[in-house]
Design a binder for this molecule. Structure first.
Ligand SMILES: [Zn+2]
Length: 102
């Protein structure tokens, strides 16, 4: 049996918006991974802990949605959306990544 994988279908993507007074400023926007891909977004992070994520399932067969998982197991252990966090039985508190994507 395959190991259980983390599958997160929503992420944050980096976008730019017009700043008052001119120029652009970056901001993070929550999207489903499928929408982010169809919008050609390139910078992703976890929407809950802001940690780095890996993009997976992009070329999988129709009917399955692309998703992300944490790159660092340490993020997954303390992210409210992390597989390892959800499995932890020690009543730990969630926290954001030690190395958040800025
Ligand atoms: Zn996370």
């Amino acid at each position: 049996m395959a190991a259980e994988r983390e599958k997160i279908y929503e992420c944050e993507v980096k976008r730019k918006r017009l700043k008052t007074g001119g120029g652009y400023e970056p901001f993070w926007k929550v999207k489903t991974v499928a929408v982010a891909l169809s919008d050609s977004d390139t910078e992703f992070r976890c929407k809950d802990c802001f940690g780095e994520v890996k993009l997976l399932g992009r070329n999988s067969k129709t009917g399955t949605a692309p998703y992300v998982e944490h790159k660092a197991p340490a993020d997954s252990e303390f992210c409210p959306n992390g597989l390892l966090f959800k499995k932890a039985t020690d009543g730990r508190e969630p926290k954001i990544s030690a190395h958040p994507v800025e």
